[in-house]
Design a protein around this ligand. Structure first.
Ligand SMILES: O=C(O)CCC(=O)C(=O)O
Ligand SMILES: [Fe+2]
Length: 273
């Protein structure tokens, strides 16, 4: 779910971007936050809230490539959780429930509720983050376009589930997030200078640990274009609000050998219908 390259001291912003380009077509830095550069998104502090990057657009990036530029003397690890492992571990009643749900993801989520550094504590950053509204409905269980695995698509951008009351959505999100965030599904990396992390953003969530006091910490991120998610009932994500065409192309996935995404009866990943 996540690969770390150590010793990449030679990288700067340009070569990080070039490296990410080997994995596909980079997106713009962000759908709304472009004041810090068009290609890379610098994140100061830690994104200390569980999320999948940019899940509020229809074309969720497939990979994120993250480089530590300023590392605190202690703390500031990043944790990733496998949303495939979380789904696979669901008991049948919860799996059946997840299989039926669609979630509404938005960039105008409750920052104060989630983030205590960076985005959460900087009003100017937050204002830029929400300057254009995005809302997208995604199947809660998506079929990974390359492996056919099923993955939960949730995180802090989720505002509600289709057809449920706000209070019910809050409770259900908490329930599924607890399953995702369970340490059994996670991998934690303590950054060293020269480290670069790449993760599959279609099958993970992540969290930057804000345990470094008032030391300066900064990471630079490049995201790589992904496809539009498809659920286990062949249901695609749908846009409610916002146009992400300027942000990212839609990638055509390359299924791995042995995984056939065509509409045949024997499709792995899709529900029997
Ligand atoms: O602060 C961190 O370690 C995570 C940053 C983050 O969420 C991202 O780069 O997408
Ligand atoms: Fe992130």
């Amino acid at each position: 779910m996540c690969v770390i390259f150590t010793g990449q001291h030679h990288l700067d912003d340009n070569s990080q971007y070039e490296f990410a380009s080997l994995l596909g077509t980079p997106t713009k830095a962000h759908p709304t936050v472009l004041s810090r550069g068009a290609d890379l998104l610098p994140i100061e502090g830690a994104a200390n809230s569980w999320h999948t990057d940019v899940s509020f657009v229809d074309r969720i990036p497939k990979f994120s490539v993250l480089r530590s530029t300023d590392r605190p003397a202690y703390g500031g690890a990043t944790i990733w959780a496998s949303t495939v492992a979380a789904y696979a571990g669901l008991p049948t009643p919860l799996r059946v429930l997840a299989d039926q749900l669609r979630g509404v993801h938005t960039n105008n989520y409750d920052y104060a509720e989630h983030l205590t550094t960076g985005v959460g504590s900087d009003p100017a950053y937050r204002a830029e983050f929400v300057q254009n509204a995005f809302q997208t409905e995604h199947p809660v269980v998506r079929v990974h376009p390359e492996t056919g695995e099923r993955a939960l698509t949730l995180g802090h951008f989720v505002k509600s589930f289709v057809g449920l009351k706000t209070s019910e959505s809050t409770d259900l999100l908490r329930l599924f997030q607890a399953r995702i965030e369970c340490p059994d599904n996670t991998f934690r990396w303590n950054w060293n200078d020269g480290d670069v992390a790449i993760w599959d953003n279609r099958s993970t969530q992540h969290y930057g640990v804000a345990d470094f006091g008032d030391q300066f910490r900064r990471v630079h991120r490049v995201t790589v274009a992904g496809d539009i998610p498809i659920g286990i009932h062949h249901d695609r994500s749908t846009i409610i609000e916002g146009d992400a065409t300027e942000y990212s192309v839609v990638e055509t996935p390359q299924p791995l050998v042995g995984w056939v995404p065509a509409s045949t009866a024997s499709i792995r990943g899709f529900a029997d219908e």
